[in-house]
Design a protein around this ligand. Structure first.
Ligand SMILES: Cc1ncc(COP(=O)(O)O)c(C=O)c1O
Length: 385
């Protein structure tokens, strides 16, 4: 990235990573050890590091059971572990039109291979799924699993996860709740989500600010999952099956230690910054952006109009331009790095009326400045007029 370029693709992965995160990755790369594979000093130090990482991620998610934090490759890996662990042959699953392909593809695979039945609840033209529509889908016939995003990666729209989760708990429902928190974890408190969810999938490299190749699955203590990967854990080597105790139950093989170390440092930093403060700052970014684009000629921004109802992720169309064309101009003429297309969530574009070429997407980070909004808006104004 050149000095004058502006990165507005945080919904893909947050950037830049904090120097503390980079330094921690580098430090761990210089330690010769694998956690749980040796009793020497460095191996023990790295075991401690992974334990600390789990505790920090637990705090970031607002849970106390750190042993139920499983490190994964990314949010996709976490979603796959939960979906494929919960859904059996012929099971019914309820999901929504706003989901990412990391949810839709595993579910569609289960439809094909295991005769699962998947009901997709429609979203509004603003990309929001209503509590009522979810409730009706869940009441229609028994469902094994509800999979829902906390916020859409296309519109940033927050979905009624807490409400539907509370409704399921109040009824003692056998339907399990899996929340895709890829666009909210590390950006806002998830305490109300983890209070009602059974599984939460996290992209460590997005909101928390960790390195690429990191993710987390949190599993409620009363839930079981079959091991997603089976193999060496460095513990119970005599046992012929994957050990039952968590976290080893879901973690096999040498972990991504540099990634976990970086994620741990990132989580620590985010906790120091305060999730409330980060969330508030992001809402201010939404307000400023929506106010500024409201009067722009030829520029259409999709998603909720109320700032508190979304994350700062903006799908945009500019009159007279293909979205891919607008994206190239934004980068080459204005130095703004962003993303265009369907953003791996094809269904929500049908609700927005942007199917086909999709949208341009500008997305902001944890510490984005108001000047970054002003610069993007000036570029859109120049493009639209
Ligand atoms: C809502 C949502 N779910 C899942 C994913 C997949 O995340 P990852 O790239 O970490 O696998 C993304 C990434 O864009 C996302 O935005």
């Amino acid at each position: 990235m050149t000095a004058s370029s502006l990165y507005l693709d945080h919904a893909s992965t947050s950037f830049p990573k904090d120097p503390r995160v980079i330094e921690e990755v580098r430090r761990v790369m210089e330690v010769g050890a694998t956690p749980h594979r040796g009793a020497h000093r460095s191996a023990r130090e790295m075991e401690g590091l992974v334990d600390t990482a789990r505790e920090r991620m637990a705090r970031l998610l607002g849970v106390s059971d750190a042993d139920r934090i499983t490190f994964t490759l990314n949010a996709t890996d976490a979603l796959n572990a939960a979906i494929k662990g919960v859904v059996g042959a012929g099971d019914r699953v309820v999901t929504t039109q706003v989901e990412h392909n990391s949810v839709l593809r595993p579910l569609n695979g289960l439809v094909r291979r295991a005769n699962a039945q998947v009901d997709v609840v429609a979203a509004s033209a603003e990309g929001v799924v209503s509590f009522e529509a979810l409730r009706q889908a869940l009441e229609k016939s028994p469902a094994r699993l509800l999979v829902i995003s906390h916020a859409s990666n296309v519109t940033g729209a927050l979905q009624p996860v807490e409400e539907i989760g509370t409704w399921l708990r109040e009824r003692n429902s056998p339907t399990r709740l899996l929340v895709d928190a890829a666009q909210t974890a590390g950006y806002r408190s998830l305490a109300e989500v983890t209070e009602v969810a059974d599984f939460v999938a996290v992209a460590g490299h997005k909101g928390p600010g960790g390195p690429l190749g990191t993710g987390v699955l949190w599993t409620r203590a009363d839930q079981e999952l079959p091991p997603w990967r089976e193999g060496g854990t460095g513990t119970d080597s005599e046992t012929s099956l994957q050990p039952d105790p968590w976290p080893e139950h879901l973690e096999a093989g040498t972990p991504n230690l540099p990634g976990i170390a970086g994620l741990s440092e990132a989580a620590s930093l985010r906790l120091e910054q305060g999730l409330e403060q980060v969330a508030e700052r992001r809402t201010q970014i939404v307000s400023r952006f929506l106010d500024a684009v409201a009067g722009l000629k030829g520029v259409q921004v999709f998603g909720p109009k109320v700032p508190t109802e979304r994350e700062p992720v903006f799908p945009i169309r500019v009159d007279g331009y293909q979205t891919s064309e607008a994206a190239v101009i934004l980068e080459t003429s204005f130095g703004i790095q962003q993303r265009s297309g369907l953003h791996c969530a094809p269904e929500v574009h049908r609700a927005l009326g942007t199917a086909g070429e999709g949208t341009l997407r500008l997305s902001y980070g944890a510490l984005s400045e108001e000047s970054e909004v002003d610069r993007a808006v000036a570029a859109l104004q120049a493009l639209g007029s």
